[in-house]
Design a protein around this ligand. Structure first.
Ligand code: MN
Length: 749
């Protein structure tokens, strides 16, 4: 018996040694300074600290920190400080050691990073929205102190996602949801494109295993076809570049399963209709370090002599790198077979930055002496985040949304009247632009001249626009401006200004009210305030003070009578404490009740009885039997069934993980559900007739609603039908697809 255990232990310790050796080998092959001793020390410390602890998968716990360090070094390009911090990242959280211990042994820098990682170790999102925003703020704050905190956190998350199967199922949802909601966008924003793609694919694979497999299979099945296109398309390019003596590599870029699926969902197209699954990458070594940009353009000139370039799809990320540091020249060319193919031209350096992001900048920093645009952009972004953090935001979820908005934004270029270039997120407005230049310009903006034409502040900007902001001293920030702003910066400023004004108005209101009380010989009593709140049909005391401050309410004898109880007709329930208290009570009841009734670990079965009596189908995504679904326990103890891919559900998953229940369909074609189908085709006489014929006669389906539009001969229809499940929908779709002239049939939300 004893021998067996020690055999197993021996084998395990061998595995640990091997994993660690691989880490050291990877580190030694990088260009970092060689601080092996420190890394050894960190490894031995962590190994001893986690001794005897195992992951759920059964392997020794230390395998996890080693893997996180491996990712940090190999895939993000970080050095010894980060490797040590990664090895130690769970020590403070999971063992008796403190940050002080780490500081004494490993110094300030490593201790600071470990501290940052420990603070956010519970996941960014706690069980309550407010706690979640707090944690997220902490993360952003430590991040702005040392960016390595978030880089290692992403490595940690990537390893957890790769080994998601060995987590508790109820945690899996939360982790996958959080990953898609915040970590993938963060990885994107930091330029870690490869990791971002893997995080998305892993979340997708976990949440929609069926769809993932299907798309994966289709990608494999069509690979030979794409190889052929690729070979034919690149042959003449190779010939030219060889002749000119370029050192280069040409690669196929195949769209990831998640982005294919995402496009299918958002554009309502089938796999076969996605035209940009294949793109071509030309990665070259510059002839001289400083001919990099010219080389890119020279290669472009060669390409444009072989193939016709799309006039509107030239993207110059060379002179204007993306905010995450991405540099490349993108062109779209017409192949000899008549297909548009995107070609991305990059140097080896640009390629590494594209894959590894920010960390790769360090590698090239001293070597080339390039002005480091990526780093500068990153700093700018972190400054914006700091500005937002400086203004306390009352609503936690709004805050997250605001930050998230800035993580994924596509970028456009616009110009100031003096021809200065500014990078702005896509879909931003004249108002965003005004705030990006100066708070004063934003808060007094009355409109703008875009390309010399007068436009309102809500005007959406396009790449290449020249913008002159028009201001007026009498202009003030209005509450509805929030809807006109797309950037976190502008939204944050507008909200801060509005809150400040509200506080000022409340103060004025308070003074007026106090005077009113004094002149009527009344004490300043909160009960009187509540009476007035009720009388004026407002919600809170703050609302009342504000309305008085804004002179929307002029206090009169009526108010005095109300306070003295002389006008009982207008107000009755004088002792209700207003909305706040009532809400609180409901919430408390909801919380205590929930744990008694619902068993979180059990998968809920959706059958006829439960659906009729206990559960509600969400109207945002309208799931039907056969869809991948989950349940969300709301504060009234009702379970709402969402599709797993539903954006609302994604937000709930990330924010209220513990309230998410796994759910399974168990119905037997008894209940009816509404499904939406979109059909497109070329119009002809009798088409609509044939469609309705198939639905009502052949398939005996009940149509709830049908809208048809014909534009320039294109027929587009939305049909709402009663069905039992996904199988019904598939039968309907395949029948409709056979109708002549119909080009696509899709289920939509
Ligand atoms: Mn960890």
């Amino acid at each position: 018996m004893d021998d067996q255990i020690s055999d197993k232990e021996l084998l395990e310790s061998q595995e640990v040694e091997e994993a660690y050796q691989r880490l050291i080998d990877t580190y030694l092959s990088t260009k970092h300074r060689k601080k092996i001793d420190l890394i050894n020390k960190a490894f031995n410390f962590a190994r001893q600290a986690h001794k005897g602890i195992r992951r759920r998968s059964g392997e020794p716990y230390i395998m996890h920190p080693i893997a996180v360090a491996q990712i940090s070094c190999e895939e993000i390009g970080l050095g010894s400080t980060s490797i040590c911090a990664a090895l130690l990242h769970d020590v403070v959280e999971d063992t008796d050691y403190t940050v002080e211990d780490i500081r004494n042994i490993f110094g300030d820098k490593i201790a600071l990073i470990v501290d940052g990682l420990t603070k956010i170790s519970g996941g960014i999102f706690g069980d309550h929205a407010s706690a979640q925003a707090e944690n997220f703020k902490k993360l952003l704050l430590t991040m702005s102190e040392d960016i390595r905190v978030i880089l290692i956190k992403i490595a940690d998350r990537l390893h957890n996602m790769r080994t998601l199967g060995s987590m508790i199922p109820s945690k899996q949802y939360k982790i996958a949801g959080e990953t898609l909601y915040i970590y993938a966008p963060l990885a994107h924003r930091l330029g870690l494109n490869k990791i971002k793609t893997e995080l998305e694919d892993l979340s997708f694979k976990h949440e929609h295993p069926e769809e993932y497999r299907e798309i994966q299979a289709k990608i494999e099945r069509t690979q030979a076809e794409r190889d052929l296109v690729f070979d034919e398309f690149t042959a003449p390019i190779r010939e030219r570049l060889d002749k000119l003596g370029f050192q280069y590599e040409i690669k196929e870029r195949v769209k990831s399963p998640y982005s294919i699926w995402n496009k299918m969902q958002t554009k309502h197209v089938s796999f076969e209709e996605i035209y940009d699954i294949l793109a071509v990458r030309i990665i070259f070594s510059p002839k001289e370090p400083d001919t990099e940009l010219t080389d890119c353009f020279n290669i472009y000139v060669q390409l444009s002599q072989i193939y016709k370039a799309h006039p509107e799809r030239l993207r110059d990320w060379l002179n204007h790198p993306k905010a995450n540091g991405y540099q490349a020249l993108h062109v779209t060319l017409m192949s000899h077979k008549g297909e548009w193919i995107e070609v991305q031209i990059r140097s080896q350096r640009m390629h590494e930055i594209a894959e590894q992001g920010f960390a790769a900048h360090w590698k090239y920093k001293e070597k080339t002496g390039h002005e480091d645009d990526g780093e500068r952009e990153l700093e700018k972004w972190m400054r914006t985040i700091k500005e937002i953090l400086d203004d306390p935001q009352p609503n936690a979820l709004d805050f997250l949304e605001t930050i998230k908005l800035n993580l994924y934004a596509q970028e456009i270029f616009v110009f100031t009247p003096k021809g200065e270039l500014k990078t702005m997120p896509q879909n931003c407005t004249a108002l965003d632009f005004a705030f990006s230049i100066h708070t004063f310009l934003g808060s007094h903006c009355i409109g703008a001249k875009v390309n010399h034409k007068l436009v309102p502040i809500s005007h959406k900007l396009q790449s290449g626009d020249q913008i002159e902001i028009l201001t007026s001293k009498s202009q003030h920030v209005q509450p509805n401006w929030i809807e006109f702003a797309a950037t976190a910066k502008a939204k944050g400023k507008i909200m801060a200004i509005l809150r400040r004004e509200q506080r000022e108005q409340q103060k004025v209101g308070e003074d007026i009210l106090a005077q009113f009380f004094t002149s009527h010989e009344l004490d300043y009593d909160l009960v009187y305030l509540d009476k007035l709140v009720e009388y004026h049909q407002l919600n809170t005391r703050e609302d009342l003070l504000q309305s008085i401050g804004k002179k929307e309410i002029e206090l009169s004898d009526n108010d005095y009578n109300v306070i003295r109880g002389k006008n009982p007709g207008k107000w009755r329930r004088m002792f209700s404490f207003g909305k706040k208290n009532k809400d609180k009570k409901v919430e408390e009841e909801g919380n205590t009740g929930s744990n008694e009734i619902i068993d979180f670990k059990k998968t809920i079965q959706l059958n006829e009885e439960t659906l009729r009596n206990h559960y509600t189908i969400a109207d945002c995504c309208c799931p039907i039997p056969g869809d991948d679904v989950l349940g969300y326990l709301d504060s009234n103890n009702k379970v709402i069934i969402h599709k797993r891919q539903c954006p609302v559900a994604n937000k709930l998953k990330a924010s209220f993980g513990p309230r998410i229940l796994s759910a399974q369909w168990d119905t037997h074609k008894q209940l009816y559900f509404l499904a939406n189908i979109n059909i497109k085709g070329i119009d002809r006489i009798g088409l609509l007739n044939e469609v309705t014929e198939i639905l009502s006669r052949k398939l005996d389906v009940n149509i709830h609603k049908l809208t048809i539009e014909v534009n320039d001969g294109i027929f587009e229809g939305q049909i709402q039908l009663y069905v039992h499940d996904v199988e019904d929908v598939q039968t309907i779709i395949s029948n409709l697809k056979n109708v002549k002239n119909i080009k696509s049939v899709n289920r939509i939300n």
